[in-house]
Design a protein around this ligand. Structure first.
Ligand SMILES: Cc1cc2nc3c(=O)[nH]c(=O)nc-3n(C[C@H](O)[C@H](O)[C@H](O)COP(=O)(O)OP(=O)(O)OC[C@H]3O[C@@H](n4cnc5c(N)ncnc54)[C@H](O)[C@@H]3O)c2cc1C
Length: 427
């Protein structure tokens, strides 16, 4: 009887276990999870609503949302794309919906339903789930994997640590963001001990800290669509994304900010070496069109003060700050705005600059970097260096933007790893 060990009961691990269990009849699949329950991160994802996947069904378009790992993901994604993921959850009793911004959620808006469906499936397939099973090491000796886990209810007892043997191992311990969920990066050490390289790790999908103190006075102001360009400290690299953003007490946040932070995950910057974020509040308009619109507005409201005129274009509370930065006379009336002043206003509406001096500490959603993809077969998720060893999920050097792309990568890689093991057992 073949024994499969899956280390880490998150998104990738649960999906890998489910797929592996349809292999050889009587095969033994064991899922090791250090927490007392499965899918801690899945439950809190999407603010508890769990953005399960994306509504982008075209795989080529889908892959544009991964700053790292897109090419490697191709095989897994074609086999288990978002529409199949949605179908999988619907077949397992979780009704799904796709929202206007193409993010897919359970209709219940409850991430627990996603985890419950997976756990029910694992139990129905007779998978052994070991809770509180904190894996300490994974080795391979004489063709067999040896797993040592603290307090695991399995194998032969050796003091506090128990030993377990397996023919196949899938490491799905995730990254090291939001460490209180159990994802503390343990798998990087396991992968290294089995001969793998871990690429440089960095926080990805984080909020950004802003130098300018005035920002706090407009915390909470949001923009549904802003064009962002983040320039590296030396001004040589530019990271661009259009989308929603929000001003916070210490900086900026929201989907478009997360995306540029992901693209700039490996940039080094700080107070001494700030990056510059340029915001275009009107990304769909040319400067000429915006200037004409602004001129027309001014002509129609000649007596309005500049700050009240801007009110018609920008969130109200943001206008005072905007005019303050322009350093124009606050009593300037629309009719008195010169051509030169109008040009300056329009330029600032489309090139509003703020200095970025840091990433929101501990605010990142995922870890960039991980197991070097050149050491893993993309068509199976099996290690090229250690036969029988598989990887799936955030432990790999793969990360996506917000919008369901990270969970989608975990489901797809987990399914492919499990399917590959099931196939190998049937051979
Ligand atoms: C706050 C937040 C919100 C997010 N929202 C979304 C979202 O809405 N949509 C989206 O696509 N992505 C979202 N993400 C990202 C997404 O949740 C992760 O990328 C995804 O969960 C990674 O799946 P994984 O299975 O690789 O790892 P994880 O889900 O992190 O699971 C790893 C599991 O391994 C276990 N483990 C670790 N070490 C050991 C060990 N030594 N022994 C035993 N078990 C171990 C952990 O306890 C954990 O349960 C969010 C992330 C965060 C932090």
């Amino acid at each position: 009887m073949k024994r499969v060990a899956i280390i880490g009961g998150g998104a990738a691990g649960m999906m890998a276990a489910s797929a592996a269990a349809v292999g050889e009849p009587g095969c033994e699949v064991t899922l090791f999870e250090k927490n007392a329950y499965l899918g801690a991160k899945v439950i809190i994802s999407g603010g508890g609503r769990c953005n399960v996947t994306s509504g982008i069904f075209d795989v080529d378009r889908l892959l544009e949302n991964y700053p790292r790992g897109a090419k490697f993901l191709m095989s897994a994604m074609f086999r288990f794309p978002p529409d199949k993921v949605i179908e999988w959850f619907e077949d397992h009793g979780v009704r799904m919906k796709i929202e206007e911004d193409l993010r897919a959620f359970p209709v219940s808006n409850n991430g627990k339903d996603v985890v419950c469906a997976l756990e029910k499936d694992l139990r129905a397939k007779g998978i052994r789930i070991l809770f509180g099973a904190d894996v300490k090491s994974v080795r391979k000796e004489n063709g067999v994997f040896l797993i040592e886990a603290k307090a695991a209810d399995c194998g032969v007892s050796d003091g506090d640590v128990k030993k377990y043997e397996a023919d196949f191992v899938v490491i799905t311990t995730g990254g090291n963001a939001y460490r209180h969920t159990g994802s503390t990066g343990d798998g990087y050490a396991f992968a290294k001990s089995l001969g793998h390289t871990i690429t440089k790790l960095a926080p990805s999908l984080s909020s950004l800290i802003v130098f300018d103190k005035w920002l706090a006075s407009v915390a909470g102001v949001s923009f549904a669509k802003a064009g962002l360009t983040l320039a590296s400290f030396d001004g040589k690299r530019f990271f661009e994304r259009t989308g929603a953003m929000v001003i916070t007490h210490g900086g900026v946040s929201g989907p478009a900010v997360f995306a540029v932070s992901a693209m700039a995950a490996y940039e080094s910057f700080g107070k001494e070496k700030p990056m510059v974020l340029t915001i275009n509040f009107f990304p769909d308009e040319t400067a000429e069109d915006l200037e004409k619109r602004f001129q027309k507005l001014g002509a129609g409201h000649g007596k309005k003060r500049l700050v009240n005129l801007l009110d018609l274009l920008l969130p109200k509370s943001f206008c005072d700050v905007f005019v303050g930065i322009l350093k124009f006379n606050p009593d300037l009336q629309a009719a008195g705005i010169s051509k030169e002043q109008r040009k300056k206003i329009v330029d600032m509406l489309q090139h509003f600059k703020i200095q970025i001096v840091g990433r929101g500490a501990g605010s990142e959603f995922v870890t960039a970097g991980g197991v070097d993809l050149s050491e893993v077969h993309s068509h199976s998720m099996e290690s090229k260096l250690c036969p029988g060893l598989f990887f799936a999920g955030e432990i790999l050097d793969i990360d996506g933007f917000t919008g369901g792309f990270n969970l989608q990568a975990s489901w797809a890689c987990g399914k492919l790893a499990g399917d590959s093991i099931a196939k190998r057992m049937n051979e």
